[in-house]
Write a protein that binds this ligand. Structure first.
Ligand code: AMP
Ligand code: MG
Length: 439
């Protein structure tokens, strides 16, 4: 069962392959049942933020639906203007404000127009209010105008029937606003993946109870719930399990039952925390093996998070036809759990959710303080990036946070990113280029 330790690159590639497979499945189900796929549901516009679109959003009419003025000013015919340097005086024949129907511009005249209003038929430019003199019922123009100036033509943004949002799009404020502008008051979205969270450890107590000697409060249940929700999943926290074979067998059995409840309704992922290192009471891997688990990896050369486990195990629903349940086993140390979640679990949740986002996302930065270490593992060190530091066009500076190792949740909470130190690096000098992962 003990596989070789993978490098970070190898593990990331393994996850990327899994993600690609999940995406192919999602695309196949989109093709076969565009609207009624099992893993999607109707959602009202106001409830769809953060959800992944499971249908296409089309422009229901031209956008804009009418030639629109982008300024307050006067619509006119460019051809009516005298040569540059000569003032043209045009009568103001009427006025249109936003919301009013299209008017008709009489020959040789101008038309008062407000931002967002329909351009009168016959006009081909709008001169800004600030650029003219108005005297009584006349406007005096003394500047050159190009045809189309300050007008967005009908259909310039999109044509009726154009695809505006494709399935797999994460619906944020802008996407929802676009859907609203096309009259979508509800839409088909993908079911949220259900992430079953199982924490393990004899030392764990619930946060509301003051711990006895040697005990600690279970913070990983809260940590993993939050990370899963941030990743677009619905978290289901299972009762924590003790470090005993029978307790773990029962807990995994219960997790599989819960997973079966969602068969055909939503994708499910099991995330176990604790009990995956090599200690005498790290019993999770063997419990998984007893359920005929197949392991993709059982350790990655990273710090923190080296003992991380990824695999899948068979299970069946009442009809006996549910696929394997994918699982992760994360180290119990909070920072290790959080880092391995960001690196490996979140991309899988995102793919299960039907998102097309490429994760994890790294950004370039420069390290502010020097770092010295051994060259063995790819490290992901908690750091703080303050965007106000340094010149605006330079990569942001990041400062490593002092910490007591992967159990130091307090230091981790003070960080806002993770600096990547490549496996072959023995040290980083102040100012050196690094990649960071937002936390
Ligand atoms: P383990 O991975 O089980 O060897 O645990 C490594 C460290 O993480 C130990 O110090 C545990 O006490 C701690 N730990 C394990 N599970 C949790 C949890 N749910 N909440 C907070 N700390 C934990
Ligand atoms: Mg433990």
């Amino acid at each position: 069962m003990d596989l070789e330790l993978l490098s970070y690159g190898e593990a990331a590639e393994m996850i990327a392959r899994e993600v690609a497979r999940l995406r192919e499945d999602a695309e196949a189900s989109e093709r076969s049942a565009e609207v009624n796929s099992n893993y999607s549901e109707w959602m009202a516009l106001q409830d769809a933020r953060g959800r992944i679109l499971a249908q296409r959003i089309l422009a229901d009419r031209d956008q804009p639906a009418f030639a629109r003025s982008t300024r307050d000013g006067y619509a006119l015919r460019v051809g009516d203007l005298l040569p540059t340097g000569t003032t043209t005086t045009l009568p103001i024949a009427g006025s249109t404000r936003a919301g009013e129907a299209v008017a008709e511009l009489p020959p040789g005249s101008s038309w008062e127009i407000l931002t967002g209003a329909t351009i009168p038929r016959g006009a081909d430019a709008v001169v800004m209010q600030e650029h003219v003199e108005v005297s009584g019922e006349r406007v005096c123009v003394n500047r050159a105008l190009k045809a189309g100036e300050n007008i967005v033509q009908q259909g310039a943004e999109a044509r009726a029937g154009d695809l505006l949002l494709a399935p797999g799009t994460l619906m944020g404020a802008a996407e929802l606003a676009l859907a609203a502008s096309c009259g979508y008051t509800k839409m088909r979205v993908r079911a949220r993946p259900r992430v079953l969270i199982l924490t393990t450890g004899d030392e764990l107590g619930e946060p509301e109870i003051f711990p006895q000697a040697g005990q600690i409060r279970n913070s990983n249940a809260t940590l993993l719930r939050g990370l899963a929700e941030e990743a677009g999943a619905e978290a289901i926290v299972l009762p924590s399990a003790r470090d005993e074979d029978s307790a773990l067998d029962d807990a995994i059995e219960a997790a599989l039952k819960t997973a079966a409840n969602f068969a055909g309704k939503a994708p499910v992922l099991l995330v176990i925390a604790g009990g995956v290192s090599v200690g005498r009471f790290d019993l999770v891997e063997s419990a998984l093996a007893r359920r005929k688990a197949r392991f993709h990896f059982t350790g990655v050369a990273i710090q923190p998070g080296k003992p991380v486990v990824f695999g899948e195990m068979p299970y069946s629903d009442a009809d006996g036809d549910e696929g394997p349940l994918k699982f992760f086993g994360l180290p119990g140390n909070p920072v290790s759990a959080a880092v391995t979640f960001r690196l490996f679990v979140e991309p899988v949740i995102s793919a299960l959710a039907g998102s097309k986002a490429e994760l994890p996302r790294f950004w370039p930065a420069r390290i502010e303080n020097a770092w010295v270490g051994k060259a063995v593992l790819t490290r992901f060190l908690p750091a703080v990036s303050e965007s106000s530091a340094m010149g605006a066009l330079d990569a942001p500076m990041v400062r490593l946070v002092a910490w007591q190792g992967s159990g130091d949740l307090a230091a981790f909470a003070r960080s806002n990113c993770l600096v990547v130190i490549p496996a072959e690096s023995r040290g980083m000098e102040a100012g050196e280029k690094v990649r960071v992962l937002l936390r």
